[in-house]
Write a protein that binds this ligand. Structure first.
Ligand SMILES: [Fe+2]
Length: 262
């Protein structure tokens, strides 16, 4: 094990005590790789990456991208605990409820309200001078969150609910880095954001959210039927990420052309 991995391992925090599916468990490693590769094949960042590069060719940094993403991510981050707790209300077994609720609890600050993630996000963008913008961008992202909400409500199987929750987390590390890139609108943003509790927490903890969700798959989805239903919902969840990032790319392009023609 190299020093980096060793250091990472020593800093690992488990959401709840784990007696079986820890990071070294071969099934955790195998299925994390499987679902990560399945999600990566969908190329959900293709349009937002091209858009961001295009913005930077024009002006080096982009306040338009930063404001658009700040608005979208705030709506998303407020919705996360709502989505997970709704999934828990649709879950019929108390032990499964116990495991599924943990990430929502984490998102809401755990035992300390000063760590509510959506509030930490507002503090982070305020520090780099980025404001959220209200308007068509906000409502179009809310529509995309609505589609996800309907997908959840229409999920008929218990395994499907668990699958949707893993799809929510599986590309979390890439999501956070893409968000970071979009928000960096000037030379000082990167350093300020890196030191912000919001990014520090997310860079440290997303791995555990993914492991925890893969452990839920291994714990609760054991038959072929379960695994089929899990995967169907997982795919629908990745559709959501595609829509989310594509819509942000579109909104950044629209706002830029409006600014150029003003
Ligand atoms: Fe979060």
């Amino acid at each position: 094990m190299n020093n980096n991995n060793k250091e990472k391992k020593e800093n690992i925090r488990y959401l709840i005590p784990e007696s079986e599916y820890d990071y070294d468990h071969p099934e955790v490693i195998r299925w994390t790789k499987y679902f990560t590769e399945k999600a990566q094949k969908r190329n959900v960042f293709i349009n937002i990456r091209a858009t961001l590069e295009n913005q930077r060719t024009c002006s080096n940094r982009s306040m338009i991208a930063a404001q658009t993403m700040a608005s979208a991510w705030y709506d998303f981050t407020c919705y996360v605990p709502v989505f997970i707790t709704k999934a828990v209300t649709m879950t019929d077994d108390p032990e499964r409820q116990h495991h599924l609720i943990q990430i929502a609890y984490d998102e809401l600050g755990g035992r300390d309200k000063n760590f509510i993630h959506s509030n930490l996000f507002l503090e982070a963008i305020e520090e780099i001078g980025v404001n959220r913008v209200d308007g068509p961008s906000t409502s179009s992202i809310k529509e995309i969150l609505d589609v996800l909400d309907k997908t959840l409500v229409n999920t008929k199987s218990q395994a499907g609910i668990v699958g949707l929750l893993l799809s929510f987390e599986i590309i979390a590390e890439e999501n956070i880095e893409m968000l970071f890139d979009c928000l960096c609108h000037d030379e000082s943003s990167s350093e300020i954001l890196s030191k912000s509790p919001f990014f520090k927490i997310h860079r440290a903890d997303e791995t555990e959210h993914i492991r925890h969700s893969v452990a839920n798959f291994l714990r609760f989805c054991n038959t072929d039927d379960d695994r089929g239903e899990f995967e169907e919902s997982f795919d629908a969840g990745i559709d959501y990420w595609h829509r989310f990032w594509d819509q942000n790319a579109r909104l950044i392009n629209i706002a830029s052309s409006m600014k150029a023609s003003a």
